[in-house]
Design a protein around this ligand. Structure first.
Ligand SMILES: [Zn+2]
Length: 204
């Protein structure tokens, strides 16, 4: 909420929250915006909220959505987006915002693609944790790699989706800037609208 305000908006301006997944460090702020619609993949909702699919013990904190948000659900399908499939969010007539399933870290984990001028930003959430995982060959600090494995719900899917993201960056890095939730290097690259330059200079 503070970051929204720092951009010159009030919290009431926020009408939609698009979440990559519902892990505690990604859903903790949603009660700051009780009137906003919360967009998630159906599988994420089923496991974290409806509990119709068993969730790993302690993974989700149900108090984070006890205010009863207005949910919007996404599934598979949608349209082709650089070799991925994405569903248009917010009932957009133009495909400017897409929810793109990237399962592995959680079953309903999604990336969120947003058009920025004639380019794209892809918020990859926790589909990867460290910027050099997007290089070929990928690099990952040992301890962070252990953390990543411990957080996997489906390791094979996570590895496969990381490979797809690496390919996306290699092929279309000039059009799509990919960043994740936690890496300060990715964050610094994307701040202040510098993503256009970044995608051209970040290749090894
Ligand atoms: Zn997570």
């Amino acid at each position: 909420m503070r970051q929204v305000e720092a951009l010159g908006y009030s919290k009431g301006d926020v009408r939609h929250l698009l979440l990559t997944h519902l892990d505690r460090d990604h859903a903790g702020g949603i009660s700051d915006f009780p009137n906003a619609k919360v967009h998630v993949h159906r599988r994420e909702y089923d496991m974290a909220v409806a509990r119709t699919a068993p969730a790993p013990k302690g993974r989700y904190i149900t108090d984070q959505w006890k205010h009863g948000p207005d949910w919007a659900f996404y599934g598979e399908g949608g349209e082709d987006w650089f070799g991925f499939k994405g569903v248009r969010a917010l009932g957009d007539r133009e495909p400017d915002i897409l929810m793109i399933p990237l399962p592995g870290h959680t079953s309903g984990h999604c990336g969120i693609a947003v058009r920025s001028g004639d380019k794209w930003l892809l918020h990859a959430g926790d589909a990867y944790f460290f910027h050099a995982q997007m290089q070929t060959p990928p690099r990952m600090p040992l301890v962070l790699g252990m953390f990543q494995r411990r957080a996997d719900m489906d390791r094979a899917m996570r590895i496969q989706n990381q490979e797809r993201l690496r390919t996306l960056k290699a092929k279309h890095g000039d059009q799509v800037t990919i960043f994740n939730s936690h890496d300060p290097v990715d964050y610094e690259r994307c701040r202040c609208g510098q993503h256009g330059d970044v995608s051209l200079t970040s290749s090894p």
